[in-house]
Write a protein of this length. Structure first.
Ligand code: NDP
Length: 337
């Protein structure tokens, strides 16, 4: 079974391995396989599920809602997000304006087939909307009971501090930050994690397996495994590109001996690695097949000794990304008047 961790300073407990459906539900995998993956997660003891309105342009929420139908609502923790464009992509179908946030939560609840989500997250920071406006909208959503808690995703340390302070003034808590974090991508360690600890937020981290790369299945010079994300022309192949470099893939192969020492698969080692960080409440793990879920949950509760943590660093060397500025990579820096 999967261990629970508190989310930030709140009383909410979530499974330290949380199932996420980016690129899979409503896109890479058929709906029956999506349902099998969700059921594999439930069977393994996962009760926390992460999605977003933008995934497969709202279809992923519907597929997840359908797959969770019939489950006891109180036994689930459902997370979704708002920010990226949805629907026809009109001027107000995006961002964190009061209009888009208040309209989006209703769409998400309808698609997920629930009266409330446990965690509603700002999928990015919106430089076009005053932070006060966004946080007031979140406060109202919490007061309406449509979301129980609020979180953010890929916000910088300063943005997290400002958001947490406003939330406190408005009578609610910001409890989570959702950044990319893996053995290969450690940009949150220097700034986001300390700011989050100071303000009472946990990390729930995405792509802990670097989208499958850290499972070791992509071997330099060999054909891509059939059906894998790197072959998914609907979106996955483009998203995983950052890690599909020979120098990265070669270094990753060096992790096999570390995994062997712990009697783990490389996929399990990757998930266990992010969970060694005390500020991480959950690894958000994706799957294209139910067997992957069954394998990955075995990372719960694994302790990696300090000498093997050091060995991982030696093996990966300079392919690890640590620059905090990468949090804002590709994001607009200011509102255009
Ligand atoms: P992972 O790093 O866990 O990658 C998951 C993918 O790796 C699977 O879909 C599968 O792809 C492959 N895989 C999983 N298990 C195994 C295994 N045991 N052996 C071999 N391959 C395996 O995470 P994701 O990139 O999927 O992200 C997880 C979640 O994080 C998302 O669903 C979403 O909830 C969240 N997220 C949030 C973002 C944000 O901006 N806030 C951005 C991105 C993700 P395949 O079989 O197709 O190769």
């Amino acid at each position: 079974m999967v261990n629970y961790r508190y989310l930030g300073h709140s009383g909410l407990k979530i499974t330290e391995i949380t199932y996420g459906n980016w690129l899979t539900h409503g896109s890479q995998v058929e709906n029956d396989v999506a349902t099998q993956c969700v059921h594999a997660a439930l069977d393994a003891g996962i009760t926390s599920f992460d999605t977003a309105d933008v995934y497969a342009n709202t279809k992923a929420e519907s597929v997840l809602g359908e797959a969770l139908k019939g489950q006891r609502r109180e036994s689930l923790e459902i997370f979704t997000k708002v920010y990226w464009p949805t629907g026809p992509g009109g001027p107000n179908d995006t961002g964190l304006s009061r209009k888009h946030v208040m309209e989006s939560i209703d769409g998400s609840l309808r698609r997920l087939g629930t009266d409330y989500v446990d965690l509603y997250q700002a999928h990015r920071y919106d430089v076009e909307t005053p932070l006060e406006e966004t946080m007031q909208a979140f406060a109202d959503i919490v007061r309406q009971g449509k979301a129980l808690y609020i979180g953010v995703s890929e916000w910088t340390a300063d943005q997290i501090r400002a958001g947490a302070e406003l939330a406190k003034d408005l009578g609610f808590q910001l409890i989570s930050s959702q950044p990319q974090y893996s053995m290969l991508w450690r940009v949150i360690e220097d700034e986001v994690v300390p700011a989050s600890q100071e303000k009472g937020l946990s990390q729930i981290v995405w792509s802990p397996m670097a989208q499958g790369v850290l499972s070791g299945k992509y071997v330099p010079g060999q054909e891509l495994p059939a059906g894998s994300r790197a072959t998914d022309e609907k979106g996955g192949a483009k998203m995983i590109q950052r890690f599909m470099r020979d120098d990265v893939l070669e270094r990753v192969q060096g992790l096999r001996s570390v995994a062997d020492e712990l009697d783990l698969s490389m996929a399990q080692l990757a998930v266990a690695w992010v969970l060694q960080n005390d500020n991480v409440a959950a690894a958000l793990v994706g799957a294209s097949r139910p067997e992957q879920v069954a394998e990955n949950v075995k990372a719960s509760g694994v302790e990696i000794p300090a000498e093997l943590m050091a060995k991982i660093d030696d093996v990966l060397g300079d392919v690890v990304e640590r620059d905090p500025a990468k949090t804002l990579e590709g994001m607009p820096k200011a509102r255009v008047a």
